[in-house]
Design a protein around this ligand. Structure first.
Ligand code: NAD
Ligand code: MN
Length: 500
């Protein structure tokens, strides 16, 4: 399924958007229902400021209902103990359904959180389908181990689903983050309660229905929209939830650890913030390609990417040339209507977040040199747009260099030698990703080994693939999304010792 966004005008897309039917209620035990307390919240299109719909604001009462349904379905074995080949068929069917409805889902995603429709259509939606397909296919290919213990005994080591999983996800890749958590959790046989971010609930709500259509039994997959301090906190504190997988800020990640400690010691897996460094050495042969990726690494998705390469360290001998190349490529990310194929970047997710990013730009203006951007633009649209912004001469000790901005703001610093730049890159509370540009093989491995992060990309930026683990060290989190290793989060090991 390939949507050629360029073949339709923004007006065509707007007409299609107006014809969408929007799911606004929670999905619990196989059906949509209003929030128990009857409250709702406004969902806004950040590219226009226009209201899209009123969405059910779930609270503890809804989480209670969802946990009852999830627990009942889990204990019944209808999903948790069925033949894994059946789970495979259902999840592969869900992947197919996501592709059948790709245009609708892409449009929902873009209207909801402002990213380019081109990216929703080409990356987010097909990427989410791919993750459901990949974990679906994996369902019936995983077996346990047998331990030989001499003549009189052997043992089985098997993986069992954990039970009821809470998935609390952010707004930057709404459907994709839901897929990263829910696909392996469901594939392993768990029942799931998904809480999308309040800024971007639409695709998750639609996914619930598609999952039911694919054959996911009632109660196995529930979606509860709502605020973090209400629905999110209730999930964190609920004693009937066995595990929470979270992606979002480090601040809220830490809260989930407290929720677990204050309730049932549920296991908590965190994918939190980052301040990923991009190291450009003079040994890199293709500096133009490096510059292209340096720009993509910070301006893709409006910089609203946890693994964005927001810190660029360039060797002083090549700094002048390299920075000129970077600045020459910024114009390709000029923001505009996310529905317009000619736009280079979409809208920021919300007014609140836009203000946050603008505060960081103000901080940058105080200590560093503004090389381009720095302004909020397209005020006439009523939307949240920030020009791609580059600061040079950034002090690695400054707030701009140390704190996660989560916006289209690149901080460039220079370095003198390998030891210095590795020290600077590692001098962070975060440890999500890093990029290294060099054609010296030994240097690439030497530096990759010493970077204290979850993923190193060599001669590219932010390499993410369903086959390889994604996640961080230090305050970037714990556990890994993607790859077969994600199953570790959603399964328990069961030992059965057999004495003959
Ligand atoms: P957030 O951490 O507040 O939100 C992420 C998810 O957690 C959402 O579903 C939210 O509803 C929920 N949540 C919020 N408060 C909660 C609470 N008290 N208890 C339980 N759940 C709660 O992120 P945000 O406010 O949307 O963004 C703030 C900053 O977080 C961003 O500027 C960025 O730095 C970072 N962020 C990181 C990622 C990432 O992918 N690592 C994603 C989004 C935001
Ligand atoms: Mn929205």
């Amino acid at each position: 399924m390939n949507i050629v966004t360029a073949t339709r005008t923004p007006a065509d897309w707007q007409a299609r958007a107006a014809a969408l039917s929007i799911r606004t209620e929670a999905f619990i035990d196989g059906r949509y229902r209003p929030a128990v307390e009857g409250r709702s919240f406004e969902n806004v299109n950040p590219a226009t400021g226009a209201k899209i719909a009123d969405i059910a604001a779930c609270t503890t009462a809804d989480v209670d209902l969802a946990v009852i349904a999830a627990r009942r379905s889990f204990e019944s074995g209808v999903w948790s103990r069925c033949d894994p080949a059946e789970r495979r068929r259902v999840l592969v069917r869900l992947a197919d359904l996501i592709l059948v409805h790709a245009e609708e889902l892409a449009l929902l995603e873009t209207l909801d959180m402002g990213k380019l429709l081109r990216d929703s259509a080409m990356l987010d939606i097909p990427g989410s389908a791919e993750v459901f397909r990949w974990y679906g296919e994996a369902c019936d290919k995983l077996n346990g181990e047998v331990v030989r213990a001499g003549e009189g005994a052997f043992a089985l080591i098997d993986h069992e689903p954990v039970g009821v999983i809470g998935a609390v996800v952010p707004w930057n890749f709404p459907l994709k983050m839901a897929a990263w958590k829910c696909a392996p959790a469901l594939a392993a046989g768990n029942s799931v309660i998904l809480k999308p971010a309040e800024q971007s609930p639409l695709t998750a709500l639609r996914l619930a229905e598609l999952a039911a259509e694919a054959g996911v039994p009632d109660g196995v997959f529930n979606v509860l929209p709502g605020f973090g301090h209400e629905a999110g906190q209730a999930i964190g504190l609920h004693a009937g939830i066995d595990c929470v997988a979270f992606t979002g800020s480090t601040e809220i990640g830490k809260r989930f650890l407290s929720y677990a400690g204050a309730s049932n010691m549920k296991r908590i897996w965190l994918e939190c913030g980052g301040k990923s460094a991009n190291l450009v050495f003079p040994e890199a042969k293709d500096l133009d390609r490096a510059a292209t990726f340096a720009v993509q690494g910070i301006f893709f998705n409006q910089g609203e990417v946890c693994s964005a390469t927001s810190r660029l360290f360039v060797h002083r001998d090549i700094a002048e040339d390299f920075i000129a190349r970077v600045l020459a490529k910024v114009d390709a990310y000029r923001p505009g209507d996310p529905l317009d194929a000619a736009s280079g970047m979409g809208a920021m997710v919300s007014e609140e977040h836009t203000a946050r990013v603008m505060d960081y730009i103000a901080i940058g203006r105080e200590g560093a040199t503004l090389a381009c951007g720095g302004e909020r633009v397209l005020a006439e649209t009523g939307g949240c747009f920030i020009a791609p912004t580059v600061f040079t001469g950034v002090d690695p000790a400054s707030r701009l260099a140390r704190e996660e901005v989560f916006g289209p703001v690149l901080a460039i610093s220079t370095f003198a030698d390998e030891a210095e730049v590795v020290r600077l890159a590692n001098d962070s509370v975060y440890g999500l990703g890093a990029s290294v540009w060099t054609n010296d093989l030994a240097q690439a491995h030497r530096v990759a080994r010493t970077l204290h992060v979850g993923s190193v990309s060599v001669n590219t930026v932010d390499a993410v693939d369903v086959r390889t683990p994604f996640g961080g060290v230090k305050q970037s989190g714990s556990g890994r999304d993607l790859s077969l290793h994600a199953f570790d989060k959603y399964t328990d090991l069961k030992t059965t010792w057999i004495s003959l």
